[in-house]
Design a protein around this ligand. Structure first.
Ligand SMILES: *Cc1c(COP(=O)(O)O)cnc(C)c1O
Length: 316
């Protein structure tokens, strides 16, 4: 189970691998938002996203248990994080990616020394392949969110935020499979339950919103939101109950508002974050939390943007 103790253990476990990322603020953003906003800069994290926190925790524990090889099924931030950590710890990593994976992403994974295996186009192809490769090589398959070590590792962001900023009213967190927010909930809600933790999800990938409405895990068809780190089709079996227990709210953001927030963060605050991150700040600029006069933290979860894709991310 993910709880305050497991997150504290993760914090000790991963301290020598990760950066303790800074808190950024922007007068321009505060003025436009009508709130005092603290950005947790995970786009400046090693490998360019928070995913290394969970990956470091899970891979370290697996290596301690004696595994010889690590597999993952992701061409994105999770794949890069697992590849990087495996190299640091001196174990072999095999990352299964879709046949459609971009060259930039594959090159990043290979630069961390991992082997890349192409398989199919959907996670329904990739995950069994990665699990099979793990079984064949005395290895272990590391999922991107639905795993105690992953959730606990991501939750270390919550502990750092509590240390770095006093008196927060609310923490805004992007929601994909829910590993990031469930870890943060387990940490923050057991230290200071008065701080509201609010999830933010694209309207175009509203699986967690629907699941909360229905009171059970509900899946959606494949999504093409510009926030490509959040295209999960359903919340995790382990993450969802944590959200049901602790979450204070879940806000939805349109594709247009994701793009406008991305542009604002780049032009005015000079932070290049990926759309999956920018989205979490949108409710403070254009949505329900504008002019709310709150002390708010936003988890800027990652900064891996392919600059060739910039045209598609900017507003029309
Ligand atoms: C994975 C990811 C998310 C979502 O995290 P979950 O644990 O899947 O909810 C958000 N932002 C970025 C940049 C990511 O890579």
């Amino acid at each position: 189970m993910v709880d305050l103790e497991s997150v504290k253990r993760a914090q000790m476990n991963i301290a020598d691998i990760i950066h303790r990322t800074p808190i950024l603020s922007s007068e321009q953003f505060d003025l436009a938002s009508g709130n005092k906003v603290y950005f947790k800069a995970e786009h400046l994290q090693k490998t360019g996203s928070f995913k290394i926190r969970g990956a470091a925790n899970a891979v370290k524990n697996a290596v301690r248990d004696g595994v010889a090889s690590i597999t993952a099924a992701s061409s994105g931030n999770h794949g890069q994080a697992v590849a990087y950590v495996a190299k640091q710890l001196g174990v072999q990593a095999v990352i299964v990616v879709p046949e459609t994976a971009s060259r930039v992403k594959v090159a990043a994974i290979e630069s961390y020394g991992a082997e890349v295996v192409y398989c199919g186009t959907t996670s329904a192809h990739r995950i069994p392949k990665a699990q099979q490769l793990a079984a064949e090589n005395n290895g272990v398959y590391i999922p991107p969110y639905d795993h105690e070590d992953i959730m606990s590792g991501q939750g270390t962001i919550g502990l750092e935020l509590l240390e770095q900023v006093e008196g927060l009213d609310v923490i805004l967190v992007p929601v994909g499979g829910g590993g990031l927010i469930s870890g943060i909930l387990a940490a923050v809600k057991n230290v200071n339950p008065g701080i509201k933790v609010i999830g933010v999800e694209p309207e175009e990938a509203n699986d967690t919103w629907l699941s909360l409405q229905n009171g059970r895990i509900t899946s959606i068809p494949e999504s093409f939101t510009i926030a490509d780190g959040l295209r999960t089709s359903q919340p995790g079996a382990m993450t969802f109950p944590v959200l049901q227990q602790y979450l204070d709210g879940l806000l939805l953001v349109s594709e247009a508002d994701i793009k406008k927030t991305f542009q604002f963060l780049a032009e005015r605050t000079k932070q290049l974050v990926e759309p999956s991150s920018a989205m979490a700040a949108a409710p403070l600029l254009f949505g329900e939390l504008k002019d709310a006069n709150l002390k708010a933290a936003v988890v800027l979860s990652g900064g891996n943007v392919d600059l060739k894709e910039l045209q598609a991310i900017l507003p029309e």
